[in-house]
Design a protein around this ligand. Structure first.
Ligand code: SF4
Ligand code: SF4
Length: 448
């Protein structure tokens, strides 16, 4: 097995990371689909308030490609369609029935995978609303059903602080994962799975499916990082990828013929009393997810998805379609008296300018920026953590100046959107967000 020893990146030792503790969450009264949180689509509604839907009925589709549909995560009545600024559809809310009905897409046996053929498989995944889980590099867009990529990378994740670890979500699901791998083999000539070198029994059981192993700090588990280090030709830049938890959903849909709504969510962060994993369902209200689980003091912030790559949501938001982590952090709005002369025993510091550099215990994270946005001071912190060796500060400056060719030459398209450059920047420049936006603009221009 090929070995990748990755040196660049950063591990953050933080308090409030969920351990293996696991519970089943009580059923919610309502669930919702949040189209505004699905990147790259322009949603068109397929339902109105008062309509009745079953699990798997289409709620909306992409205006540019109506084959990309997004399905109801519950059965009941559509009671609210919440709009945000510029009329973006924030949430399609369903009041759940006591006995939920589900659309039957037809269960398939393991043996049928090869017989079905690629086209029928793609049509089946599109009909069931599962196709958008497969993404295409380098833009991380939804894969095009017409294309055959050079390879599909499977990312198990788990290194970003507060994300679900593969040993937990794969427990008792290895057969389903292997079925998912067989499905992917129908879609591309090569399926590439990487396993961490330090792995327990669960991941070792997948060794016969893996073709490389890796070691390194966050984000060395990212499919984009794997592609960057393993590609043999530029054509491979158009490879696809899928996350491990999403692959389980594809297999579940194949096996049962029903739209899979179950999710394992990692609930963590400094404000959570007992960080743990919750067996729940997609679209669950965040207020239901955290009810009775937060420490009482101070204002909090909800981050859905990873703490470096996710998005901020309100307390009345819902678990996103693709998200499996919710982190609750102190809002950190308090001003620290004479903060600039304090030794910073409890503050993170990549540059080791605080005393916390001597501490081995995990640190508490909050949302305080400890200062305002300032001009770049050319410290190169961002370049020292970038896992794909680009110079984020120069890429940022050329993209800001509209020098597209120059930012591409600096490696804009290799950016894996990991968020580390923003995290370590002492000038508080949102490099990662800006570079992600620049990539999307470039993609839009290319596809226009
Ligand atoms: S430039 Fe991209 S890949 Fe590099 S650290 Fe920033 S977000 Fe991560
Ligand atoms: S980390 Fe921030 S201040 Fe330092 S070089 Fe990068 S952009 Fe400039």
């Amino acid at each position: 097995m090929q070995a990748l020893h990755l040196k660049t990146g950063l591990d953050l030792p933080l308090q409030g990371v969920p351990e293996a503790d696991r519970e089943t969450l009580s059923p919610p009264a309502r669930v919702a689909l949040s189209p505004a949180r699905i990147p790259f689509i322009k949603p068109r509604l397929k339902v109105g308030i008062g309509d009745r839907v079953a699990i798997g009925s289409p709620l909306c589709e992409d205006k540019s490609d109506p084959r990309l549909r997004f399905c109801a995560p519950g059965s009941g009545e559509v009671v609210n369609i919440r709009y945000g600024p510029r009329r973006v559809i924030e949430a399609i809310v369903i009041e759940l029935d006591a006995d939920e009905a589900a659309v039957d897409f037809g269960a398939r046996s393991h043996e049928q995978i090869a017989e079905m053929g690629r086209d029928a498989l793609v049509t089946h995944l599109l009909a069931g609303g599962l196709w958008p889980l497969i993404k295409s590099l380098p833009f991380r867009t939804i894969a095009s059903p017409e294309e055959t990529p050079p390879a599909i990378y499977v990312g198990l994740g788990g290194l970003e602080p507060f994300q679900a670890r593969p040993e937990v979500y794969l427990q008792d699901k290895l057969d389903r994962f292997k079925l998912g791998m067989r499905l992917l083999e129908q879609l591309a000539p090569e399926v590439r799975l990487g396993l961490p070198m330090e792995r327990g029994e669960t991941l070792t059981a997948l060794a016969d499916l893996a073709d490389f192993e890796f070691r390194g700090p966050y984000p060395s588990d990212d499919p984009g990082v794997h592609l960057f280090h393993l590609k043999r030709a530029p054509a491979e830049n158009r490879s696809w990828f899928i996350h491990g938890q999403d692959l389980l959903l594809l297999a579940e849909f194949w096996r049962t013929g029903r739209y899979p709504i179950q999710r394992l969510v990692a609930l963590g962060g400094d404000r959570v009393r007992r960080p743990l994993y919750l067996d729940t369902r997609v679209g669950v209200p965040l207020s239901h997810l955290v009810k009775g689980r937060l420490r009482s003091q101070g204002e909090v912030r909800y981050v859905v998805g990873g703490v470096l790559t996710g998005y901020r949501d309100r307390a009345d938001g819902f678990l996103g379609w693709e998200q499996t982590a919710v982190t609750v952090l102190p809002a950190g709005k308090e001003k620290e008296f004479l903060g600039f002369v304090r030794p910073g025993m409890h503050k993170h510091s990549f540059s080791r300018s605080f005393l916390s550099a001597l501490r081995v215990a995990p640190l508490s994270m909050n949302c305080n920026l400890h200062g305002e946005v300032r001009p770049c001071v050319a410290c190169s912190n961002c370049a020292r953590v970038c896992p794909v060796g680009i110079l984020p500060q120069l890429t940022f400056k050329s993209a800001l100046a509209g020098e597209v060719e120059e930012s591409l030459a600096h490696g804009l398209l290799d950016c894996v959107e990991c968020g580390l450059c923003t995290y370590v920047c002492p000038s508080k420049i949102e490099l990662s967000r800006f570079l992600t936006a620049a990539k999307r603009t470039y993609h839009k221009e290319q596809t226009a």
